[in-house]
Design a protein. Structure first.
Length: 217
């Protein structure tokens, strides 16, 4: 375990897990708006309003997730605008990546300045919205990389996506990044990972000064 000072920053600390060996200490202390649909997104460069800003680039999708999305196409398509309904939903180029369950991923197409799957008459992801409105389980269908954001992983590391500080939701009080994604991490990688992360969380938080309440004068 690294020093107490390193735990408060972006440094990685050891993790006792079969796959993941290190985790950014900052996932336990940095925070996010508790409900992104209630947060008015801005990009900090110029304080520009851009709703659903984290979806602006599209995302990488495992081949299994692509198949699951296409299997729900009749439920998802009505939530898209006319242009997006008739476009190919995914790029044709496939990328070999051992971090994905199938070992291969593809990228979603973009429409305008956002992911094709943004629900164009409202905010948010059409895949997620379809699951809520139609009553089906989004697990295995909504891309894991989206569900985990702003956490990400690479080989043996769990870390924070590099674009996280660019968005206003990263600069308001809310739950820690770990607490927001803890259940998803357990679902994707197993209870053993969460047990290991809980242990590291306790060590990290023990080094963080307690925040005292502000009393009215």
């Amino acid at each position: 375990m690294e020093s107490d000072d390193s735990m408060e920053g972006d440094d990685f600390v050891p993790l006792d897990h079969a796959r993941f060996k290190q985790v950014s200490a900052a996932i336990f202390t940095r925070r996010l708006a508790p409900d992104c649909m209630e947060h008015k997104c801005t990009i900090l460069d110029g304080d520009r309003v851009k709703l659903d800003a984290c979806c602006q680039y599209g995302c990488d999708v495992d081949l299994g997730e692509r198949a699951a999305i296409l299997a729900k196409a009749d439920l998802i398509r009505p939530l898209l605008n006319e242009e997006a309904k008739h476009l190919p939903w995914f790029e044709t180029e496939e990328h070999v990546d051992p971090d994905y369950p199938s070992g291969t991923c593809v990228r979603t197409q973009r429409v305008g300045d956002g992911c094709l799957f943004l629900a164009h008459d409202r905010r948010g992801c059409a895949i997620h919205r379809s699951s809520l409105e139609q009553g089906w389980d989004l697990r295995g269908t909504k891309p894991a990389i989206c569900r985990l954001f702003p956490l990400t992983y690479d080989r043996e590391w769990i870390e924070i996506a590099e674009e996280y500080p660019e968005y206003s939701c990263a600069h308001v009080d809310g739950p820690s990044l770990y607490r927001l994604t803890r259940d998803i991490l357990s679902e994707l990688f197993g209870q053993e990972l969460v047990d290991a992360l809980d242990h590291v969380e306790a060590r990290v938080l023990a080094t963080v000064p307690k925040r005292l309440p502000v009393l009215a004068s």
